[in-house]
Design a protein around this ligand. Structure first.
Ligand SMILES: [Mg+2]
Length: 307
């Protein structure tokens, strides 16, 4: 039977070193080097819990491990940063047994290696509750600094990467964090504001507009609908799925119309880019515009954690 220490030792032997980690797993704390060359430290924490973010036994340990890291990587991508070190806290139900735990840790290692992240510490508990994996991820800002949720300007164009909706059919366990796309965009254009889409476009668009004292207009027929949304639904229902389903982990960002035109005329990467709307000056105006130009208020209906 593997105990907590076997699991940690197993992880320790497999970590891929990152220059920012001077001392990783095995001491009382990790020792990290300061970001170099004017970069700033980014820190984020996200947990995934059985019953909310995945169900057992449908999700495999490797899928859970990937999701736990990828949701955090998506947040680093949303700052146009690069990820460095991860700290992993796991609460395992006793009934899952050590093969499950070993697969989970192998999956964490594989996901970290794939994205060039060092697992630099963590904690494992065995208990009687559901499986919870919490990851604290460190990163560094790139380019001209971190891209915040604030900073959009009236008249800016709103873009999303990829396609939206239907993630719960399985894609939510195979998230591709848009780190490379974010870094490329940060080099090419002036990103005024950016966020990753975790709760659904209808909810997340408000974080970079309404909550910043701005409004928005989204064009219904420009919203990219993922192939995971059933094609036999009426078009309005398909658009609603793309707006509200959530767990897309795509990027939503605001740029000037000039930069927006540049992105459309020479696409910077293979991942799709869609110009979905504009930023408005009036914070009371958050609307969806149909193909006839009719506006209706966009009511957020994405996932919300509630008691
Ligand atoms: Mg986020």
């Amino acid at each position: 039977m593997a105990d907590e220490f076997d699991l940690i030792r197993g992880l320790q032997q497999r970590v891929s070193p990152h220059r920012s980690v001077a001392v990783g797993i095995g001491d009382d704390t990790a020792v990290l080097r300061r970001p170099q060359g004017g970069s700033q430290q980014l820190v984020t924490v996200d947990l995934v819990a059985e019953g909310t973010h995945f169900t057992l036994p449908e999700a495999t340990p490797a899928q859970i491990a990937h999701k736990a890291l990828a949701v955090n990587l998506s947040d680093i991508a949303a700052m146009a940063g690069s990820a460095t070190a991860a700290f992993v806290a796991v609460a395992l139900n006793r009934s899952l047994g050590s093969p499950f735990a070993e697969e989970l840790f192998a999956g964490l290692h594989a996901a970290a290696a794939r994205f060039g992240v060092t697992i630099a510490g963590g904690d494992t508990n065995i208990w009687t509750g559901p499986l919870v994996v919490s990851i604290t991820l460190l990163g560094e800002s790139t380019g001209s600094g971190p891209v915040l949720r604030s900073g959009a300007q009236p008249g800016d164009w709103l873009f999303v990467t990829g396609a939206l909706g239907g993630s719960l059919a399985g894609r939510h366990l195979q998230i591709t964090p848009r780190l490379e796309e974010a870094a490329r965009l940060h080099e090419l254009v002036n990103l005024h504001a950016m966020i990753d889409l975790s709760d659904g476009l209808s909810r997340d668009v408000k974080h970079i507009t309404t909550e910043q004292g701005l409004g928005f207009a989204l064009q219904a027929n420009r919203i990219p609908i993922h192939g995971d949304v059933p094609g036999d639904l009426p078009q309005g229902a398909r658009i609603n799925r793309a707006l509200h389903d959530g767990e897309d982990f795509e990027l939503l960002f605001a740029v000037s119309p000039e930069d927006g035109r540049r992105l459309l005329s020479s696409p910077p990467f293979d991942t799709a880019l869609a110009h979905v709307g504009i930023v408005l000056a009036d914070p009371a105006r958050g609307v969806l515009v149909d193909e006839f130009g009719q506006e209706s208020p966009l009511v957020a209906d994405g996932y919300e954690h509630r008691f």
